[in-house]
Design a protein around this ligand. Structure first.
Ligand SMILES: [Zn+2]
Length: 221
């Protein structure tokens, strides 16, 4: 009976959940699939040069599919749910009165042209709507077209990213920065960004990644 009912509802409402295919909520991510994502504890998973790096959940199940959906399958609407999860997690740590400028980890212009968009910029825009914080995409430029990190070992990753970012201090408004990225593996990308910012005299930095991997998993795609 229930299956029959769901079939009728599927027919009436066309928008299916990207995760469980049900359409009774007429949304791309139903509440049940959203609630299935398990939050990590509210403390930093890593500290680099005194800068705290938080991760909201593991790179697994629904959130893994969500991130891959935005990045590789053009499911841009999912950016809202990624931002919402990050926002809800981060608010528990910093509280409603906190104020940040959001800085998505930039793509190199060659990669940007291939993908047509930077998925973390989409997440940053959604996070901005939820928090009221502004987004700054002009502070850091990725000037080196680095090889995909998942193909490299930790030492090679750091070499690959050396001097990959350029900081434009004229575009810094003295705010606390919230650097956001999707997957934390070894932390090499954030390390290079943090170092570049600190060399430019910018120290009010917090990093928030949507996910982290267990152990030293390198084969992330
Ligand atoms: Zn669902």
């Amino acid at each position: 009976m229930l299956n029959y009912l769901i079939k009728i509802l599927d027919f009436v409402y066309k928008k299916k959940c990207y995760f469980c295919s049900s359409s009774y909520e007429n949304t791309i991510m139903c509440q049940r699939c959203y609630d299935a994502i398990e939050e990590l504890p509210l403390y930093p998973v890593l500290t680099i040069n005194g800068i705290k790096i938080y991760s909201c959940c593991y790179y697994a199940k629904e959130m893994q599919k969500l991130i891959r959906g935005i990045k590789y399958h053009n499911q841009k609407e999912l950016a809202f749910y990624q931002a919402k999860f990050m926002y809800e997690y981060f608010m528990k740590i910093v509280g409603e009165s906190a104020k940040y400028t959001i800085v998505p980890v930039p793509l190199h212009k060659t990669r940007y042209k291939q993908r047509k968009y930077n998925h973390m910029e989409l997440v940053a825009q959604e996070l901005s709507k939820l928090s009221g914080w502004r987004v700054n995409t002009l502070l850091i430029e990725r000037i080196k077209d680095t090889k995909p990190q998942y193909k490299l070992k930790k030492v090679e990753r750091e070499e690959n990213l050396k001097n990959a970012f350029k900081v434009y201090t004229d575009n810094y408004n003295l705010d606390n920065l919230l650097i956001i990225d999707d997957i934390l593996t070894t932390g090499s990308t954030l390390r290079e960004i943090i170092t570049s910012l600190q060399k430019s005299g910018i120290s009010k930095i917090t990093c928030l990644t949507t996910t982290t991997v267990c152990g030293d998993a390198i084969n992330i795609q």
